[in-house]
Design a protein around this ligand. Structure first.
Ligand code: ZN
Ligand code: ZN
Length: 410
């Protein structure tokens, strides 16, 4: 039975630089071989002109309307950090920070480097705060993720409709969270958030790790900043919605979070951590291997986006070329299957931010017609048989080829 390998170059789309884009410039014989045999098109990840975040774009690509299902970054970030979420849970992104006696933020990242032991000490502190928070009838979970970052989850009669405590700049005081609507849940959530922010400051004074940090001349971890509150929506899993058993390999926690939210099982691979220096051998090998037990395997490549934000055209080309080289050694195993290659949005190297134009799209497979496009690029794919589609059109298309979709009507 054929299955699908879906290769996603994050931020891979671009605008021409001197007449050429990174996809157009890169030497990528494997992808271009599949292109010559398959159908191409261009795709608006959300809809024409909308500048997507990676999270909303991925929701759309996985076949879920982001305007309905995107409920704030916090929830997807928490899922990506392996925190179990139930529908209705409210999650925030957090920073460990340094504030002065008056609560004015001196360093929004507490020096950025947080050792594993320090992270554990903060988790223990938050665990204690969580126990105390039971008096509000709310459960509190905290997990530290990378450096100063973490996620905080509230469970109970809570709401995501509350303001951030993160002032988003130094020299400003910690903000008091305020309810953003009249619900009792929002009022309760703001109360709990403000209480735990204060409690954290009190308990952080006694933290042993801060005494050591002080001795080393490092800023103390004496505050936690909350932002981007979101709730976990109720989402019909991809297996029910499209009849497809799916897996994803991604190094980026946020992408793993979005995948998990829609019921895609997530895997990691050595070498694939989400930087421009990622090595793809294990990731591609695993992806091909997983195709025997999943109908759809999604493989996320982050380096094309990171290099674009750095305005590094050569680096972007290199990520595509290195990926293609790895892919070429597995090409023979893919020829009886479907392969999708696309991007979640353009990140033009000269703009250094996500933009709203369409990205190239390739669909290769046993039953896919061969069009005239032989090179995967922004400059060529628009001439292909797929024409112009939206991100949300891809899953129904794949489900139809896989034979898993339900008939509409009689
Ligand atoms: Zn992206
Ligand atoms: Zn980006």
């Amino acid at each position: 039975m054929p299955s699908v390998l879906w290769i996603l170059f994050d931020g891979g789309g671009d605008r021409p630089v001197g007449g050429k884009t990174a996809f157009h410039t890169a030497f990528k014989p494997a992808i271009d071989y599949l292109t010559s045999l398959g159908s191409c098109g261009i795709m608006d990840p959300i809809s024409p002109g909308v500048r997507p975040g990676s999270d909303t774009a991925h929701l759309s690509l996985f076949g879920y309307d982001p305007y309905r299902y995107y409920t704030g970054r916090g929830a997807f970030e928490a899922l990506g950090a392996d925190v179990e979420l139930k529908p209705g849970d409210v999650a925030f992104r957090t920073n460990l920070a340094t504030v002065d006696e008056g609560g004015v933020v001196i360093d929004r990242r507490a020096g950025r480097y947080i050792s594993p032991d320090e992270a554990r000490a903060v988790e223990e502190l938050m665990y204690r705060i969580g126990r105390e928070a039971e008096k509000f009838g709310v459960e509190v979970f905290y997990r530290s993720t990378v450096e100063h970052r973490g996620v905080l989850v509230l469970r109970g009669a809570v709401s995501h409709r509350v303001g951030d405590t993160d002032p988003h700049k130094v020299g400003a005081p910690l903000l008091k969270s305020t309810p953003l609507d009249d619900s009792r849940e929002a009022a309760k959530t703001a109360e709990v958030v403000n209480w735990l922010t204060e409690r954290f400051r009190e308990l952080a004074r006694e933290l042993e790790i801060n005494k050591a940090r002080q001795r080393e001349g490092r800023p103390p971890i004496n505050a936690i900043l909350l932002r981007g509150g979101g709730y976990m929506p109720k989402i019909e899993p991809i297996r029910e919605k499209y009849g497809v058993k799916a897996a994803a390999i991604a190094g980026v926690a946020l992408i793993r979070g979005v995948a998990r939210a829609v019921g895609i099982e997530t895997h990691t691979a050595p070498g694939l951590v989400g930087t421009k220096d990622d090595v793809f051998d294990e990731a591609v090998r695993r992806a091909v291997e997983l195709m025997s037990s999943y109908q759809l395997v999604f493989l996320h490549v982050k380096g094309t986006d990171s290099t674009s934000h750095d305005s590094d055209f050569a680096g972007k080309v290199s990520v595509i070329e290195r990926f293609d080289k790895t892919l070429s050694s597995h090409l023979d195993k893919l020829l009886d299957h479907y392969v999708v290659v696309t991007s979640d949005h353009a990140t033009p190297v000269l703009v250094r931010e996500h933009t709203g134009e369409p990205v190239p799209l390739l669909l290769y497979g046993p039953d896919v017609v061969q069009d005239d496009v032989a090179k995967f690029s922004e400059l060529t794919c628009w001439r292909g048989a797929l024409g112009r589609v939206r991100g949300i059109d891809i899953m129904p298309t794949l489900a139809s080829y896989l034979g898993t979709s339900e008939k509409f009507g009689e």
